[in-house]
Write a protein that binds this ligand. Structure first.
Ligand code: SF4
Length: 238
């Protein structure tokens, strides 16, 4: 039988894999358990968490880019009232979509969303695909949005990495350097930390935790369940 040759991987990819290997198993398990327990108690009840319709999840994810949750909620309902399906959105005039979007701002988003709807109708018969490569092939869907759709609509253990998740994972597991320059490691972390079969809850929990506890300006370190695990809190403060 022919010997299977091992592919060694690049120096860089080995270094990234090491980020995860270096995390003690107990720390990983404690983090997962504490995060899911915290989410069970404090997770937010948001309208897009009451659906698994990929179209509705897509609308919520595009609206949530650069916009606070409380501003998104009424517009989410209004938008879906006007364009209840992907076909309805694709059939609308892009300028009408922009008007409906008002006052959310960052106005490239309604055009992008409309473009995604048109492409999905043309290429997938009006269904949002579930495979990462198919989602990423739609113009306007990046790695984060693809991961969000896969985990929130299709229940896959797909990683996400937005500003909240970057902040949480960097503070707890890396603790030094500029997170913006460590995105590859952080993507690896966000993928490897997902407990198998729990991608939906785990990702929602990460986002809530970043928005409610490990916030950008005044993180609630004194009350934080991750305090003893966190590399940003010095050991004499733990
Ligand atoms: S201890 Fe503070 S910095 Fe660390 S995860 Fe908790 S809130 Fe964030």
């Amino acid at each position: 039988m022919a010997k299977i040759k091992k592919t060694p991987g690049t120096k860089k990819s080995r270094a990234y894999a090491k980020v995860v290997q270096d995390i003690p198993k107990t720390k990983k398990a404690k983090f997962q358990k504490r995060l899911l327990e915290w989410y069970g108690e404090f997770g937010r009840d948001l309208p897009w968490r009451r659906t698994s319709d990929p179209y509705k999840i897509l609308v919520s994810e595009v609206m949530l880019q650069q916009t606070q949750v409380d501003r998104v909620i009424p517009k989410f309902h209004e938008f879906l009232g006007k364009y209840p399906t992907l076909h309805d959105l694709a059939g609308a005039h892009p300028d009408d979509v922009r008007k409906t979007w008002y006052p959310l701002g960052y106005n490239i988003r309604p055009y992008r969303l409309h473009g995604i709807a048109c492409e999905a109708v043309e290429r997938y018969g009006g269904a949002i695909p579930s495979k990462a490569e198919e989602l990423l092939s739609l113009k306007g869907i990046g790695r984060y949005t693809a991961g969000a759709i896969r985990s929130f609509a299709f229940n896959k253990d797909a990683p996400i990495l937005d500003t909240n998740v970057i902040r949480v994972l960097h503070r707890i597991f890396i603790g030094k350097g500029d997170p913006k320059k460590q995105k590859t490691q952080l993507w690896v972390l966000s993928e490897k930390l997902i407990p198998r079969g729990k991608g939906y809850d785990f990702n929602q929990a990460l986002m809530d935790f970043g928005a409610m506890v490990c916030t950008a300006r005044k993180p609630l370190c004194l009350l934080c369940p991750m305090r003893s695990l966190c590399l940003t809190v010095s050991s004499d403060e733990k």
